[in-house]
Design a protein. Sequence first.
Length: 222
Amino acid sequence: MKLKTFQRRLKEGAIWLCAILSPLPWGGVGGGLLSSCSESEDDEGEFANWQQRNEQFFASLEDSLKAHPTVWLKYKSFTLDEGSEGKSTDYIYAKVVETGGGLDSPMYTDSVRVSYQGRLIPSATFPEGYVFDGTVYGKYSSATNASVRQNLTVNIDGYTTALLHMHRGDHWRIYIPSDLGYGDKGNDSGTIPGHSVVVFDVTLIDFSPAGEPMPAWSSRRR
């Protein structure tokens, strides 16, 4: 996907947000957001040097791993030979947010039930990263998240790699380089630009062999 296409989509979203905020009678957060709604704003700056920024962001994750080895994990793509070191973008990083009680992990041929939210790295307008997909409405929460059943065989390599190491109940924040994500062209729908590191919050709820029934689940019963 061309970056200009992505910028146009973001601008359309920003215009909608400004229309919602403009009637607010107070300053504070709303006033600050409105200051960024000017048509003279430099849209090119939002994602300038995007490839370089994503590469630098991903490289910094090694420091997080070294500083907090008990909560940060690093895994080589399941598609690659574990016997060789490989390059840095052959790996994903994961921060353990919550540890579940399960002991088993899915197999590649399994289907999984997950709650998830996918976003880009932080940018000026989206300090927590632009959200491009997910089952989450509002803030990520196990009490309110919806869920979806997915086949591991149809996901990007980095996402599948993480899930192959997770257990039921685990909530991880996964950082996937573009080599194991959407590559240098982005996704087909135009919501992820090329060279993007993608960040997924994922909770593994359950898994079973593909085609077999999976127990019904509701977030509100937890």
